[in-house]
Ligand binder design. Structure first.
Ligand code: GTB
Length: 218
């Protein structure tokens, strides 16, 4: 039985692959697991049927038989345990790869989310422009540290892992800000992730949701 994930029926990013279903799609492609996608509208996400799957009324969710999961990190962690290809076999290397998943979600992503939220919520306030350099500098601190750790390696801990998948997706959230480009090794790292065939398939599939919707609305 194919697992089913949920994704936006109409993603605000217009198919740029920035919504969190993209992470799950990429992980599924990396492990070669076929899947189905159920598209949900913003109002459907807040209705009882979806809230049973996701208590916070969001995407993505993941259903596999009678198992229902939410939280992109937990879904990818589950996939990485069930299938080969996202975590190393060696126990210590596996633990280190998991560290990078957590680092992406709990150390690198929060200041990035704060920058995004600040623009949505306070973008029109007179003090927004004064606050912006502080928000960007907080991100730069983390990017500098990450850049130092990555050095000239291809991936964060030898072979590509779920930790890299998560980190690349988190860094992608800075597209358009120019911040990642200040660290050429991080920029190359993101491009390396995006060049992976599994990423490309996942990206094309989520883009097709947007393009088919645009075709219908013509
Ligand atoms: N911690 C959860 C996870 O990792 O799964 C967060 C899930 C989450 O934030 N889901 C968002 C959602 O469902 C979509 S991904 N939002 C609807 C709601 O809360 O009502 C976040 C997102 C949305 C849109 C863009 N974009 O347009 O660029 C990027 C990221």
């Amino acid at each position: 039985m194919k697992p089913v994930i949920t994704a936006f029926e109409s993603s605000p990013d217009r198919g740029q692959g920035l919504a969190r279903d993209m992470r799950v799609r990429w992980a599924l492609e990396e492990v070669g697991q076929p899947y189905d996608v159920r598209l949900v509208s913003f109002s459907e996400m807040k209705q009882a049927a979806h809230l049973r799957l996701h208590p916070f009324g969001q995407i993505p969710t993941y259903e596999e038989g009678d198992l229902a999961l939410f939280e992109s990190g937990a879904i990818i962690f589950h996939l990485a345990h069930r299938h080969a290809g996202l975590l190393p076999e060696d126990a210590n290397a596996r633990a280190r790869a998991i560290v990078w998943m957590f680092a992406a979600l709990s150390t690198i992503e929060p200041p990035i989310v704060e920058l995004e939220q600040s623009e949505y919520v306070d973008g029109d306030k007179p003090w927004y422009k004064e606050r912006l350099p502080m928000l960007e500098d907080r991100i730069r601190v983390r990017l500098g540290e990450l850049s130092n750790r990555l050095g000239d390696a291809d991936w964060l801990d030898r072979a590509f892992s779920a930790g890299d998948l998560m980190m690349v997706m988190v860094l992608r959230r800075l597209e358009g800000t120019g911040l990642v480009e200040e660290y050429p090794n991080l920029s190359a790292y993101v491009e390396r992730g995006k060049a992976r065939p599994a990423y490309q398939r996942a990206f094309a599939d989520q883009l097709a949701v947007f393009t088919s919707k645009s075709e219908k609305n013509r």
